[in-house]
Design a protein around this ligand. Structure first.
Ligand SMILES: *[C@@H]1O[C@H](CO)[C@@H](O)[C@H](O)[C@H]1NC(C)=O
Ligand SMILES: *[C@@H]1O[C@H](CO)[C@@H](O)[C@H](O)[C@H]1NC(C)=O
Ligand SMILES: *[C@@H]1O[C@H](CO)[C@@H](O)[C@H](O)[C@H]1NC(C)=O
Length: 688
């Protein structure tokens, strides 16, 4: 491993030669509307792609038809997507800037004498459960004259039926509803399959595409070329519906909305897009029964139309709340560094956009808002539901935005294991192999990560209670927590050959970093025992943890070595000891300061241009674990260099995929993961 520290900022800047300004930088893929595992629209970048250079895509990379045109004084411009329209010519508006914040991605494109500010808002709304669970985002288009004069402006945008399936050969049906307030297109599969996915797209429910019904609003459904040509030729739509229901890819049905902004020097229009399915989640309860769960928003709205009316009417307030949230995050993160603020801003939508907040029904059919559970898809790596070692890296974003959301994620796992249906004595890995089927693992054959998941559950449960003063979860599940602790007492000092969360790196016995997690888990259970009033147990577990630390210091290379080993008995091996972060999170200190200082000195000698490798088995790293490591190092320069390496990776133009957490440290090239919620771990500095 070469040890040198180039100027990371210059390195990243040199890789990109954009035709527009990008603030804070141009990411691998730009989040457009990212709210749930199925409402996840991005603009892939690589070295840089303008909003009207390519189609938006689902997080997997498959196209989501979404086109936008403007007419300015009769001249047509495209501003969104990559449509060709037979028989119609138009110019491409020229992108001049792009900026992202924690909730917004904003583009400015010049369309002749008018600048179009096209802004995508994915609200985060962590403290309003109805709004948090609303699977919609906004696109606003503001046209402002760049020559001080007034111009005639019409704005058009459509979505295709690609929003309702991962199989383009399936047939869709659709309808358009106009009310006094709004025009709403609804698109479904003709033969939906509840709880099914194809290529990670959901196969039931409906996509919605809507705007306010003003005097100048028109709509049309029909083939892509017909609907777009109608607008390009006339600046409005025919207020007509195509009722020839057909396959998604059969003369590509699209759902157009157009607004005449009139002759103006500045005016805007707001659209909303989303996808609703009901029920949303199938969840295992007592006796193996499966409960249907629905989005929390149903507790406040009796129809999707009502929800959309409220959502569109709320746009200005939603924007004000989003701007306040963005500003708070930015100021908190800039207290670490500007590079850190960019990484954090790119992470929040992606992390929370992997979740869906649900409620159940009472026996009488009314909504039970006392039964709130949050589900998270392990996007990209395998599609599991509520994977414990994916929630764990994401945990900082939950603590930062609203720790109660974290409780709702853990409750999914606690409640299931408290039913006694899971046969293993360590913590389950996830609540179901295929989202959105949270059907448990009654055969006990889930991907076993015994020390990893047991330690994670105990650490997260304690940290939630510490942040909120709410000890109810610890009290209710004290027996389960203690059961998992027995496993840690048996297996965390000398961990058997097993997987850790970094399962792509393979099995390994005696993992030094895994032992850290197990030992902190035992100490955390000591604190939990004290909270629930068992001081004898607390003292016992605390003394076990201390004695394990003493033995671990010998096994890990901490006594006399240059660095911690990756696994016992192999002094040349090393890795990111990111599990020490749990000490900072829980405000405990059972590992001596000398361990932190030793690792800091070592990491300085092995940092590459894009960061520190995960361990000596490979040349790649994980951005989440790097940021955690940047919290535990005792030197601010090294902290900032690690963060700048992650930022350099995110800005290097070598990936077209939503923010990947797995990449190469030497050349900044991507590995296989994308769009995963683990990037919530990038907020690690903000919650200690
Ligand atoms: C599609 O057809 C089904 C079955 O007739 C119907 O229930 C559904 O409302 C239709 N969807 C739309 C968006 O029109
Ligand atoms: C794990 O470490 C212990 C303590 O050094 C040792 O006795 C044991 O053989 C190691 N296990 C493996 C599989 O290397
Ligand atoms: C401490 O805890 C361990 C593990 O549960 C148990 O085996 C042991 O008996 C306990 N010791 C005391 C003194 O309670």
């Amino acid at each position: 491993m070469l040890s040198f520290l180039p100027s990371l900022v210059c390195f990243a800047a040199a890789a990109n030669a954009l035709d527009w300004t990008a603030t804070p930088f141009n990411p691998p893929a730009i989040p457009l509307v990212v709210r749930t595992p199925y409402v996840s629209a991005w603009l892939p970048q690589g070295p840089g792609v303008a909003l009207n250079d390519a189609w938006p895509t689902f997080w997997t990379g498959s196209i989501l038809g979404w086109a936008g045109f403007a007419k300015v004084d009769g001249t047509s411009y495209s501003f969104l997507g990559a449509a060709n329209v037979d028989g119609q010519s138009f110019e491409k508006a020229v992108q001049t800037s792009f900026e992202f914040t924690s909730t917004q991605s904003t583009f400015v494109l010049t369309a002749g004498p008018v600048d179009l500010e096209v802004s995508f808002l994915s609200p985060v709304e962590p403290n309003d459960l109805v709004k948090y669970s609303t699977p919609f985002g906004y696109m606003s288009v503001k046209a402002t004259a760049n020559d001080g004069a007034s111009h005639s402006v019409q704005i058009y945008s459509d979505i295709s039926a690609e929003w309702v399936s991962g199989d383009l050969g399936l047939s869709a049906n659709w309808s358009t509803t106009t009310t006094g307030s709004n025009v709403i297109h609804q698109v479904s599969l003709l033969s939906p399959s509840q709880y099914a996915e194809v290529n990670d797209h959901t196969q039931y429910g409906s996509a919605y595409w809507a705007t306010s019904n003003t005097a100048g609003t028109t709509y049309q459904s029909g083939s892509d070329t017909a609907v777009r040509a109608q607008f390009l030729a006339n600046g409005n739509l025919a207020n007509s519906q195509d009722t020839n229901f057909r396959a998604i890819n059969d003369n590509w049905p699209v759902f157009g909305l157009a607004t005449d902004l009139g002759t103006t020097s500045s005016a805007s229009v707001v659209f909303t897009v989303g996808h609703v399915r009901d029920p949303a989640i199938s969840y295992i309860v007592d006796g193996g029964a499966l409960e249907d769960r629905s989005f929390h928003f149903w507790s406040a709205f009796s129809s999707v139309g009502d929800l959309i009316d409220d959502f569109l009417a709320d746009y200005n307030d939603a924007l004000t709340r989003a701007e306040a949230f963005d500003a708070q995050v930015d100021s908190d993160a800039k207290a670490i560094s500007n590079d850190y603020a960019g990484v954090v801003a790119l992470s929040i939508r992606q992390a929370l956009g992997a979740t869906e907040l649900t409620i159940s029904k009472n026996g009488d059919g009314s909504w039970n808002t006392d039964d709130v559970l949050l589900f998270m898809k392990e996007i990209s790596s395998d599609g599991n539901t509520n994977t414990v070692d994916v929630i764990f890296p994401a945990w900082p974003v939950l603590l930062y935005t609203n720790p109660t959301l974290g409780k709702y994620l853990l409750d999914v796992l606690f409640q299931y294991q408290a039913t006694g249906q899971y046969p293993n004595r360590y913590s389950v890995h996830d609540i179901g192999a295929h989202y959105p089927n949270a059907v448990g693992h009654n055969d006990g054959l889930d991907e076993a990560m015994p020390v990893e998941e047991s330690g994670n559950m105990i650490i997260m449960a304690l940290s939630y209670a510490q942040r909120t003063g709410d000890n109810s979860q610890l009290t209710t599940y004290a027996d389960l927590l203690d059961q998992w602790t027995q496993y840690l007492i048996e297996d965390s000092l000398i961990p058997e050959d097993q997987l850790s969360t970094d399962d792509f790196a393979g099995h390994l016995a005696n993992q030094t970093n895994l032992a850290i997690k197990g030992i902190i888990g035992i100490q955390a259970m000591s604190e939990i025992a004290s909270i629930v009033g068992d001081s004898d147990k607390s003292a016992n577990y605390s003394s076990i943890a201390s004695s394990y630390v003493e033995q671990w210091l010998e096994l890990s290379g901490a006594n006399g070595g240059e660095h911690l080993n990756l696994h016992y008995g192999d002094p040349s091996s090393w890795g990111l000891a990111y599990n020490l972060y749990a000490e900072k999170l829980l405000d405990i200190s059972i590992f001596p300061t000398s361990v932190y200082e030793m690792q800091t000195a070592w990491y300085k000698t092995v940092i590459d241009p894009y960061g520190i490798p995960l361990d000596t088995r490979h040349t790649y790293t994980k951005s989440d674990w790097e940021i955690w490591t940047s919290v535990i190092v005792t030197d601010t320069t090294l902290r900032d260099d690690i963060i700048s390496g992650v930022r350099a990776w995110a800005a290097d133009g070598l990936s077209t995929q939503p923010f990947g957490d797995w990449y190469e440290t030497a050349d900044g090239s991507p590995q296989g993961f994308r769009a995963r919620p683990v990037v919530g771990g990038h907020l690690a500095h903000l919650v200690i």
